[in-house]
Design a protein around this ligand. Structure first.
Ligand SMILES: Cc1cc2nc3c(=O)[nH]c(=O)nc-3n(C[C@H](O)[C@H](O)[C@H](O)COP(=O)(O)O)c2cc1C
Length: 215
């Protein structure tokens, strides 16, 4: 089978017709896609409001699921929290922190307990771990790639989003509350919501400082 026919088949599978942006393209038929602009203009946005529709949530998770994944090991798990579930998460987290650090529960509830309410939607992105060190590392890499896809999808759909980590994502109590396995690893808590202010500026990146070309 020639390269033309092959890419036509791939195009059909992905739902892209030949020549459309996103089409794999036969040799000599390079089609530009808009993802570079999304990568360049995405910013971490901590202050958001409004809501995220169920349809958009599904699109965002689907983008995460298209992350590259070595051997198609399928390690990704997503848990979306909305409404009161965010409050319950805050309580679980505050209790766990109060116990872990021996601090006052009321203070923890007032501080950590409120943090999940900073966005209408929190998308927890987790991966299954493995006793095989290389498998575990590569699966975690898929989790990071999925998280970036999620951030880009949220940005492309016009939302603000931020990848948050901190002690919360390492808490066994939080993992249990989310219904994850004890051995799962949370890669990020992505807070998503409608934009309430302009996107922040960011320092420019200098390609020459980071790139070595061997030829
Ligand atoms: C693994 C990881 C963890 C992060 N955790 C936090 C966090 O806990 N709180 C936070 O405000 N930002 C967090 N960020 C977002 C970074 O601070 C942000 O990407 C950085 O400031 C660059 O800004 P930009 O995303 O707008 O380019 C995290 C980013 C990564 C990759």
């Amino acid at each position: 089978m020639g390269s033309h026919r092959e890419s036509a088949v791939v195009g059909a599978k992905t739902g892209y017709a030949a020549g459309e942006p996103g089409h794999v393209g036969a040799f000599g038929n390079r089609v530009r896609v808009k993802v570079l602009k999304a990568i360049r203009t995405r910013r971490s946005v901590g202050r958001v409001g409004g809501d995220v529709s169920q349809e958009d949530l599904r699109k965002i998770v689907e983008a995460g699921l298209w992350a590259p994944n070595h051997k198609l090991s399928d390690p990704l798990k997503f848990v979306a929290l909305r409404g009161d579930a965010r409050k319950r998460l805050g309580e679980v987290w505050a209790r766990a922190e109060a116990q872990r650090t021996g601090t006052d529960l009321e203070t923890r509830l007032a501080k950590d307990g409120q943090k999940p309410l900073r966005a209408p939607l929190i998308l927890m992105i987790a991966v299954r771990t493995s006793d095989d060190e290389i498998r575990a590392e590569e699966d975690y890499a898929t989790g990071a790639a999925a998280t970036q896809n999620v951030l880009l999808a949220a940005h492309a759909l016009g939302y603000g989003a931020i990848w948050r980590s901190g002690d919360m994502i390492r808490s066994p109590e939080v993992r249990a509350f989310l219904g994850l396995d004890r051995t799962d690893r949370i890669v990020g808590a992505v807070y998503i919501g409608e934009l309430v202010e302009e996107l922040p500026n960011a320092p420019d990146r200098e390609v020459n400082k980071h790139l070595t070309i061997l030829a």
